[in-house]
Design a protein around this ligand. Structure first.
Ligand code: LLP
Length: 434
């Protein structure tokens, strides 16, 4: 377990988050329950923000909304003075309703609809990231109707293959995202967008994948992007003001991952800014405003999910299952990516982990597993179970599969707990049914 002051085993051998025991949280709010450690989120925001400022200067951390999106996260990150990205009308609407400054929003998507583009213009977002010729046409036309000039970036594919699960690699040659630099497509779209009268092309964006530990991947992306900036400068006299390098920093989930303190996560920013400082100097480039879009690394380790153990199924000589009151409807990451998690028993933290269990969800399908072969103490029905590092891509990927209710989200800080997202009711499930 990656312990810290706000997530630790207390003197009574109980797991505590944000100064409250998991037992009290489960008692007060029920299970399943997403719990988010606000102090951790704030620390990550300030460490990333300050490291970017110190090591590079002009730039912004734009939190990747897709990791965890609800109104309260925008209140927190706004207070921490960082920006955010959005990838759908729904994320745009949420961030707007949270009262976030829309000039600090970067709007992405490989297939933004006409109405989403229109909404982005109405809400006055900072940047829109173009990912298709026809999108540039449509946006240019819309801007002319709105009588405005929109700042845009173009998503390019630098051809860096990051070492992570293949479903979440996005910058290989075969990718639905971005224009390839290697094939020459990136060059063509730059020249195309440059000539759009209502679009102001400020720079380029890339995102090489997610849950990447290999720091070399990030410096390689910087190398490729600045090579391309240099080429555009020399061949077309185009010099950009902005460079957006996306997110993707790997975090601790389980034993195989390096456990880092918040401060140590700054190394990702340092590697990127160092490569970029070196490259712009070596290649004689104008220093671009740097945008970085970490999502998982800001909220991932902040979150834990609490469950109550239900039926225990022992299959002699095969395996022991603990069925929990959650499942793939609130954490689909094992089913989708065979993602690994650390599972603990919050009320039995000082007991030896001398049993092995697999944690199964309550959905009607065999693939509904949360974690396999977890070392735990003896678990009985009614015991509390916690899965760690669930702050990113859990709530945001939740569904009502099997008409299970999406659990509420609680923010905890300094011994106080508050709802970030209220519980759903059965009535919510049928609200739009005709
Ligand atoms: N910027 C862009 C354009 C992205 O596509 C992403 C993630 C990010 C930033 C943030 O990446 P992060 O720092 O969170 O790694 N559902 C998958 C993750 C998909 C990430 C897609 N894009 C999962 O649960 O692992």
């Amino acid at each position: 377990m990656n312990q810290r002051t706000t997530l630790k085993i207390n003197d009574n051998g109980q797991l505590e988050i944000g100064g409250i025991t998991c037992e009290k949280l489960a008692h007060d709010y029920g299970t399943p329950l997403y719990v988010m450690d606000q102090a951790y989120i704030e620390d990550m925001c300030s460490i990333f923000r300050d490291t970017l400022k110190q090591e590079y200067g002009d730039g912004i951390i734009a939190y990747a909304s897709k990791a965890f999106c609800c109104k309260s996260i925008y209140k927190i990150i706004n207070k921490m003075n960082i920006g955010a990205d959005a990838v759908s009308g729904g994320e745009l609407y949420t961030v707007y309703k949270a009262g976030f400054p829309m000039s600090k929003i970067i709007f992405h998507g490989n297939n933004k609809t006409y109405s989403e583009l229109k909404l982005a213009l109405e809400l006055d977002v900072g940047y829109i990231v173009i990912d298709a010729y026809s999108e540039a046409d449509q946006l240019d036309e819309l801007c002319s109707k709105f009588g405005k000039k929109q700042k845009v970036l173009i998503r390019v594919n630098p051809g860096v293959e990051a070492h992570t699960h293949h479903f979440i690699q996005t910058a290989k040659i075969d990718s639905k995202f971005g224009f390839s630099i290697i094939s020459g497509e990136a060059e063509s779209i730059v020249n195309y967008v440059k000539n759009k009268p209502n679009l102001s092309l400020e720079g380029l964006h890339c995102h090489i994948g997610s849950q990447i530990f290999e720091e070399k991947s990030f410096s390689l992306a910087v190398e490729k992007m600045t090579d391309f900036y240099q080429k555009l400068k020399e061949h077309f006299n185009i010099e950009f003001n902005v460079l957006n390098l996306g997110g993707g920093f790997g975090i601790w989930y389980s034993d195989g991952d390096k456990a880092k303190t918040c401060d140590e996560y700054a190394s990702y920013i340092k590697i990127i800014t160092k490569s970029l400082n070196d490259c712009i100097q070596k290649k004689g480039l104008k220093k671009p405003f740097l945008i970085l879009e970490p999502g998982r690394s800001i909220v991932g380790e902040a979150g834990i999910t609490l469950y109550t153990a239900g039926r225990i199924k022992r299959i002699d000589g095969v395996k022991d299952y603990i069925a929990i009151d959650g499942g793939m409807f609130e954490n689909p990451r094992f089913a989708l990516y065979q993602a690994k998690y650390t599972v603990v028993a919050p009320n039995k933290m000082n007991l030896p982990n001398d049993k092995i269990y697999s944690i199964a969800g309550k959905c009607c399908e065999s693939g509904d597993i949360i974690a396999e072969n977890c070392n735990l103490p003896e678990i009985n029905e009614g015991d509390l179970i916690a899965v760690l590092s669930t702050g990113a891509y859990n709530y945001s990927m939740a569904s009502n599969y099997n008409r299970n209710l999406i659990p509420p989200v609680i923010m905890v800080k300094n011994g106080q707990a508050n709802y970030a997202v209220k519980p759903q009711s059965y009535e919510d499930l049928i609200r739009n049914d005709i």
